[in-house]
Unconditional design. Structure first.
Length: 541
C-alpha cells in the first residue's frame, strides 16, 4: 500500500500535499485563491481538514489564514464552512448561524476578485442567510442548489465537484430506497479520483455514497485506501469501517476503530481544546458493535469503561447518541433484558441538552421497553412506548423526517413485543412486520453502525416464540442479507432450522457463528453452537 501511495503521489502533479501539524499526510488538495502568496499552503491544508470533516481543526486553520491575510475573502468562507456539518446529525444553533452569517458578510465585503470565488461565497451565503430562521433542511437544499450552479459553471474545478457531491448526498430523501443521489455523487467523485487519487474529499464522500444498501461492494480498493491517505486523521481511519460493518468484516472494523479512537484523543475540540472530540465516542460505538457481533462481550465492556472514564467529552448530538446507544446495544445484543429495562434515559444530563436529541433519547426508551416487555413488566413497557410516541412527534414537528422514521421503527418494535406479552400474536406480528417495512425503506444514518436491533432479526425472534419456525428462518435470512454476520441473526437462523429438522442448515449457521466469533467468547449461544456441532460429529462417528 505504501508503494502504491508513493506512485499515486507522483502521478498527481500540480496538487499540493497537505500535511497535519505533526507532518502526517492529509491527502492532496489544490484550491487556488486570490490572497497573498503565503496564505495558499495554509488554505489548502484547511480545505483538506474540511474534507476530512475534522471541523474544529479546519476552523482554526482558516482562522490562521485570516490572521496571515485579513483581506482574504476565501478565508472567511472557509471559517463559515466549518460551522455546519452536512452529513452529521447535529444542527447549528442561533449563535453558530449568526457567526457563519457574519463570516460570509465579511467575505462579501472584501469583494472576492474572481467569479469562481464569488460563487463559492454565494453558496455558503445560501446556507447562512436569515440566521434567525430555524428550517435547517431548507438551508441544506438552498446550499445544494447553489453548489450545483458553481459546479456547472466550473465543471473542471475539483473542489466545486467535491462540495456539490457532498451537498447532493446531504439532500438524499429520508423515506426512499432510491440510490439516485448516491449514484450521482459517486459518479462525480470517481471523476475526481481519476484526476487526483489522493483527493481526501473524493474518497471520504465516496464512502458515504457507498454506505447504503446496494452500493456497499463498490470501489473497495478506494474505500480501503482512505486511512493510508491520512494515517493520523481520526475520521479517515474510521470511515472505511462503515463499509466493513456493512460487509460484516468485524476484524477490519475493530482494527480501524482502535486506531481511530487513539488518533481522536490527539485532536481536542472546542475553542481552546476544551473537549475530547466526538470522533472518540463515535469510534468506540463501532468497536463495541463489532465486538458484540463476535460474542466478545468482555472486550466490548472494556471499551465501554474506556468511554465512561473519559472526561470532557464534546457535548453535542454524536456524543449524546453514543452515550445512549452503546449501553443499550450492550444489553440488547446479549439479551440481558433486566439490564435493558434498568437503563436510565438522558444520562449525563448536566452536560448534554437532551431536548434537542429525540432519536438519541429514544434508543434508551426502546431498550427499556423491550426489556420490560420480555420481563412482562407491562406498566414500564407502556411508559416506554408512550415516550417513544412523543419523541417521534417531536422529531416530526421539527422537520427531522429521518430521525422520526428511526424512532418509528423503535416504537413499532416495542409495540410488537407488548402485544406478544399480552398474547396478541397477530397484532405482534403485524407491528413487527410494519417496523421492518419502515426500517428497510429508511437510510441508515452515518452516526450509527446499524439499527439498535435490526427489525427483521426481532421479527425472527418473535416468530420463533410463536413457534412459526419456517417464517422465523425467512426473517433471519433477510436480516443476514441486510446486515451480514450478525451474531443473533446467525444464532436465530440456526435455531429455526433446527426446529424445522433442517440439520444441514442448522449445522451451517452454527458453524458460521463459531467461525466469526472470538475464541474466548462465553455467550450461551456459542456454548449451544459448540454442543450441537459436537453432537452432530459424534452421531456421524
Amino acid at each position: 500500500m505504501a508503494v502504491t501511495l508513493i506512485a499515486l503521489a507522483v502521478a498527481c502533479p500540480g496538487f499540493a500535499q497537505a500535511q497535519d501539524e505533526d507532518d502526517s499526510p492529509l491527502g492532496k488538495v489544490q484550491f487556488p485563491i486570490s490572497c497573498i502568496e503565503g496564505a495558499q499552503q495554509e488554505f489548502n491544508y484547511a480545505v483538506a481538514l474540511l474534507h476530512h470533516m475534522t471541523y474544529p481543526q479546519a476552523k482554526a486553520a482558516f482562522e490562521r489564514v485570516v490572521e496571515r491575510d485579513p483581506k482574504c475573502a476565501m478565508a472567511y468562507w472557509g471559517v463559515a464552512m466549518t460551522l455546519f456539518h452536512p452529513l452529521w446529525p447535529d444542527r447549528p444553533g442561533p449563535s453558530v448561524l449568526q457567526e457563519g452569517w457574519a463570516s460570509i458578510q465579511q467575505a462579501k465585503a472584501l469583494a472576492p476578485l474572481t467569479e469562481r470565488e464569488r460563487l463559492y461565497v454565494a453558496a455558503a451565503d445560501s446556507f447562512f442567510r436569515e440566521p434567525q430562521a430555524s428550517d435547517y433542511w431548507e438551508r441544506i437544499r438552498r446550499w445544494e442548489q447553489a453548489q450545483e450552479i458553481l459546479y456547472r459553471t466550473f465543471p473542471d474545478d475539483l473542489e466545486a465537484a467535491a462540495f456539490y457531491a457532498l451537498a447532493h448526498l446531504a439532500t438524499a430523501p429520508a423515506g426512499s430506497s432510491s440510490l439516485d443521489h448516491q449514484n450521482r455523487a459517486a459518479e462525480i467523485l470517481l471523476a475526481i479520483q481519476a484526476e487526483n487519487p489522493l483527493h481526501p474529499g473524493s474518497i471520504h464522500y465516496l464512502i458515504h455514497a457507498n454506505d447504503v444498501r446496494g452500493r456497499e461492494h463498490q470501489s473497495l480498493d478506494i474505500v480501503r485506501r482512505y486511512g493510508d491517505v491520512a494515517p493520523r486523521n481520526p475520521h479517515a481511519l474510521h470511515m472505511p469501517t462503515h463499509i466493513a460493518t456493512r460487509l460484516g468484516d468485524w476484524e477490519e472494523v475493530i482494527e480501524g476503530n482502535l486506531r481511530a479512537a487513539e488518533a481522536a484523543l490527539e485532536h481536542p475540540a472546542g475553542d481552546g481544546g476544551l473537549y475530547v472530540w466526538d470522533e472518540f465516542p463515535h469510534a468506540i460505538e463501532y468497536l463495541v458493535y463489532a465486538y458484540l457481533q463476535q460474542g466478545a462481550d468482555k472486550a466490548a465492556a472494556v471499551q465501554i469503561q474506556r468511554l465512561q472514564s473519559t472526561e470532557s467529552l464534546q457535548p453535542g448530538f454524536k456524543t449524546a447518541f453514543h452515550l445512549a446507544s452503546i449501553p443499550a446495544r450492550y444489553a440488547l445484543e446479549r439479551r440481558a433484558w433486566e439490564e435493558a429495562e434498568e437503563l436510565v434515559p438522558r444520562p449525563y444530563a448536566a452536560a448534554i441538552d437532551w431536548d434537542g436529541f429525540p432519536w438519541a433519547e429514544a434508543v434508551t426508551w426502546f431498550a427499556r421497553g423491550l426489556g420490560a416487555a420480555h420481563l412482562e413488566q407491562m406498566d414500564e413497557a407502556e411508559q416506554a412506548h408512550d415516550r417513544l410516541r412523543a419523541l417521534e412527534a417531536t422529531a416530526q414537528e421539527t422537520g427531522e423526517e429521518l430521525f422520526a422514521r428511526q424512532i418509528r421503527v423503535l416504537r413499532l418494535g416495542v409495540s410488537a413485543w407488548i402485544a406478544q406479552a399480552h398474547g396478541q400474536e397477530t397484532r405482534a406480528f403485524e407491528q413487527m412486520e410494519a417496523a421492518a417495512e419502515v426500517e428497510i425503506s429508511t437510510p441508515k444514518h452515518p452516526v450509527t453502525p446499524a439499527p439498535t436491533l435490526p427489525a427483521h432479526e426481532l421479527l425472527g425472534d418473535l416468530l420463533l416464540q410463536q413457534e412459526q419456525s419456517d417464517k422465523a428462518l425467512a426473517a433471519f435470512k433477510r436480516s443476514l442479507e441486510l446486515y451480514p454476520q450478525r451474531f443473533n441473526s446467525l444464532l436465530g437462523a440456526a435455531r429455526a432450522a433446527r426446529a424445522l429438522g433442517e440439520g444441514e442448515s442448522a449445522r451451517r449457521y452454527y458453524a458460521a457463528l463459531l467461525e466469526m466469533s472470538a475464541q474466548d467468547g462465553g455467550r450461551p449461544g456459542l456454548v449451544e453452537a459448540r454442543a450441537y456441532l459436537d453432537e452432530e460429529h459424534n452421531d456421524e462417528e
